[in-house]
Design a binder for this molecule. Sequence first.
Ligand SMILES: NC(=O)c1ccc[n+]([C@@H]2O[C@H](COP(=O)([O-])OP(=O)(O)OC[C@H]3O[C@@H](n4cnc5c(N)ncnc54)[C@H](OP(=O)(O)O)[C@@H]3O)[C@@H](O)[C@H]2O)c1
Length: 310
Amino acid sequence: MTERPTALQVVEGIDLSSKACVITGASSGLGRESARALAAGGAHVVLAARDHDALALTARWIGEEVPGARTSTVGLDLTSLARVRAAANAIRDLAPAIDVLMNNAGVMFTPFGRTRDGFETQIGTNHLGHFELTRLLIPQLAAAGNARIVTLSSGGHMMGDVDFDDPNWESREYDKFVAYGASKTANILHAKEADRRLRDLGIRAYAVHPGTVATSLARYMSRSDFSRLRKMAAASTAARGEPTDGFLDLLTPEQGAATQVWAAVTPQLADRGALYLEDCQVSEAVAPYARDEQRAADWWTLSEKLCDRT
Ligand SMILES: NC(=O)c1ccc[n+]([C@@H]2O[C@H](COP(=O)([O-])OP(=O)(O)OC[C@H]3O[C@@H](n4cnc5c(N)ncnc54)[C@H](OP(=O)(O)O)[C@@H]3O)[C@@H](O)[C@H]2O)c1
């Protein structure tokens, strides 16, 4: 494992006791670690995820790790916009002002499937569910005065662009890699346009690549998927002129959660937004199709249309 700061180290010396933070997918991996770190800084952390038992276990674990931690739990299933809307109502009751919304939950390389609203599973879960949640919580984010939206993207966005004509894979043969890439490109476009639209309300937005982290995200991956990813990672490392042994450089969840927590709390990002972050700094490693402001605006309009249909 590589030497990197942990999420807990990122919050050291930062007082979050007046802050309310909402984290999706808080029941495992990067969301769980981010929740622990933000709670350690003193924030009230609203843990949102779909598995009630896992949520209760997470809240209990944070309570053991962080004496005096303030956590609440909310059921959230991003594969149903009706449930997303119900979760937004519950979150509003718990946190009338939201300082940090961390759109963290995600799935990767799922077999072809559709959400309850008919969206392809990866774009529906990773982007459209979060798009709807974010839009419903804008008044609460504005009420905080100085809020941040942190959306988990991935270097994997390089595997695929969004398709404006066929966002839900209705007229193409499904490719789980391209579909994941598209959903992570969607996350970057979302952050870019959210920042443009909401900055006058005191809300700034960021997209984060956490690194390659040992979590349960890989649950749908086969042996050949791993070997394909290893080759891609080695090729991109070699292209940067760095030495590589062909193996993935895996971070622990404690290290992997550092950048999203940094995005949520660092004073270094005050008055800045619409940024892609990696290794606790601003990164330029963004595909050209995810940088374009007009595409970000058009993608927002399409996302609104798709969510408004249900
Ligand atoms: N790990 C990496 O190397 C890596 C790299 C780049 C980007 N990321 C991004 O980081 C984020 C967090 O991933 P992770 O690595 O922490 O994976 P993880 O351990 O699998 O955690 C994902 C979380 O999302 C939740 N989730 C999945 N589907 C959901 C749904 N329909 N509704 C609500 N919650 C749902 C999961 O809940 P269940 O347990 O109930 O499914 C879980 O709590 C993802 O957005 C991922 O794309 C991760």
